[in-house]
Ligand binder design. Structure first.
Ligand SMILES: Nc1ncnc2c1ncn2[C@@H]1O[C@H](COP(=O)(O)OP(=O)(O)OP(=O)(O)O)[C@@H](O)[C@H]1O
Ligand SMILES: [Mg+2]
Length: 494
């Protein structure tokens, strides 16, 4: 999941989870509140208990009224009022006023209720309404007015103390606010921790990776576990590390190849130069004292100089191919005709060496390949020269075979020479590689022939390989791309 989505979800969760927890907790705590209030007033918000208090109020008012109507010296009967007060809910207070005199007042009202704040006769008659008896002290007031026989105005006041309920509601509200804050802080901290862990941890891994690369260490791996933006970044980073490592390895390989190349070149150049130097010294010292000897010396110097020239040519060609600086001139080549021309060119020399060369092709149609005529000739000459060089039979044979596939044309050169050992086959296309036998033999050569051929065939988009068996002969095979016109169609012109 993307980081953006995760952030949105976590923000929604930060709002939703605490809200849900808060609602659930409030639901259960409100039950406790209800019971607490019930405990204080012995009333419920629904049903029976409220009716009880109203009934008790009416009974008490009736009792007091009857008593007031029948007793004139009410001051002597404080006990009666006291009993009525006790009969009422313990949060209800009674005040009785006759004309302007307070006849009785419950003890818990005495501190708060002033004579002058009581409503006037007839003002709230029968009403049940809140009344402030002092600052921040609210009570529910019920007033009952009547006249006694002597015409005095009597008012009975019942006060229901609601300030405790108010306090309970107030503390409940405070607890709820604190609870809400705690739930919000807790859920946001937990969610923020989880979110930051999922973002910061992989970032730290990346940071460690960068430090390792900075210190030149590329041998580690970053495990990508998430599939978000950081996961993508880690994958790209891992790819970058892998490529860097590969390119470093290639660079090191190039470096060691370069060293090997220089040592090979120096060795191969030194051999003919040393020989030339030796023969020249021989002439200078007068060792070649007869015309025949002189002739032999000069001839050897010429051959060695020609070898050197050929080697320098091959080295130059190989290095140009290696650096891909040799231009290729690809054209449409009729491969059968082309091979026939090559054979024609070589036939005379091969006949002299008792080597038969045969082109075996049963195909009737012409096969066109994409090739650089000059470079392809170099490949073919290298292969045939090798067959001649490493021929150990009295009657040599070279069979050239052509196979026509959909996209490629396969050409093979099979000889009956000395063959190549299984161990040597994988290396014969490496530069400067010569099997031990050929290196020690008189055949001559630098070991660049097949390396050059391989580069040339690869530039053609083809492949080259060898199949051989010691003593029985060698088969060198290469594949060339068939000619395609601009529309990708093959030219089959029979
Ligand atoms: N037809 C073959 N028969 C036997 N061995 C072969 C044949 N072709 C190649 N080889 C072996 O493969 C090696 C590499 O061949 P390659 O043509 O690259 O070098 P070379 O012939 O030794 O030297 P160069 O071609 O540079 O004069 C040879 O030294 C030889 O041992
Ligand atoms: Mg060769």
């Amino acid at each position: 999941m993307s980081i953006k989505k995760r952030l949105i979800i976590s923000y929604i969760a930060m709002l939703l989870i605490p809200t849900i927890i808060f609602v659930v907790i409030t639901f259960f705590t409100s039950g406790i509140l209800k019971n607490t209030i019930k405990g204080v007033y012995n009333v419920g918000f629904h049903g029976e208990p409220v009716e009880n208090i109203i009934e008790k109020d009416s009974i008490a008012i009736n009792n007091i009224k009857n008593y007031m109507l029948s007793h004139k010296k009410e001051s002597e009967n404080a006990n009666f009022f006291e009993n009525q007060n006790k009969y009422l809910n313990d949060q209800t207070g009674v005040a009785i006023r006759k004309n302007n005199n307070i006849v009785y007042m419950s003890p818990f009202l005495k501190n708060g209720v002033e004579h002058n704040i009581l409503p006037k006769f007839g003002e709230y008659e029968g009403a049940n309404r809140p009344h402030s008896i002092a600052e921040n002290k609210f009570m529910l007031l019920k007033q009952y007015d009547f006249y006694v026989e002597d015409g005095s105005k009597v008012s009975i006041f019942l006060f229901l103390n609601v300030s405790s309920a108010e306090n309970i509601f107030y503390s409940f509200f405070i607890i709820e606010v604190i609870l809400l804050v705690i739930i919000f802080v807790l859920t946001s901290s937990i969610l923020t921790f989880i979110m930051s862990k999922s973002i910061v941890k992989p970032l730290e891994k990346l940071k460690d990776g960068v430090i390792l690369i900075k210190n030149g260490n590329l041998d580690f791996e970053i495990n990508v576990t998430s599939n978000d933006e950081i996961g993508e970044l880690s994958t790209a980073f891992e790819e970058m590390r892998f490529r860097l490592k590969k390119s470093l390895e290639v660079q090191l390989q190039y470096e060691s190849n370069r060293k090997e190349l220089i040592s090979n070149i120096s060795h191969d150049l030194k051999t003919p130069v040393t020989a030339i130097k030796g023969y020249v010294e021989g002439i200078k010292d007068g060792v070649a004292d007869t015309p025949e000897k002189m002739d032999k010396y000069i001839n050897t110097i010429y051959i060695k100089a020609t070898d050197l020239d050929k080697l320098i040519d091959e080295l130059f060609l190989f290095s140009k191919l290696d650096l891909k600086k040799l231009p290729f001139n690809f054209e449409k080549v009729d491969i059968l005709n082309y091979l026939r021309d090559c054979i024609e060119e070589l036939k005379f020399d091969l006949d002299k060496k008792n080597i038969n060369i045969k082109l075996q092709c049963k195909l009737l149609e012409k096969i066109y390949v994409t090739a650089d005529r000059e470079k392809l000739k170099r490949v073919i000459m290298n292969i045939i020269n090798n067959s001649v060089k490493y021929m150990d039979k009295d009657i040599g044979e070279i069979f050239i075979n052509i196979k026509n596939d959909k996209n490629f044309c396969t050409i093979s050169f099979k000889d009956n020479g000395m063959g190549i050992s299984k161990e040597a086959i994988p290396y014969i296309f490496d530069r400067f590689y010569r099997s031990d036998f050929s290196r020690n033999s008189e055949t001559g050569g630098s070991g660049l022939g097949l390396a050059i051929s391989k580069r040339i065939i690869e530039e053609h988009g083809g492949t080259i390989w060898a199949e051989s068996e010691n003593y029985y002969g060698t088969n060198i095979i290469f594949k060339l791309k068939k000619w395609r016109d601009d529309y990708g169609k093959e030219d089959i012109n029979s």
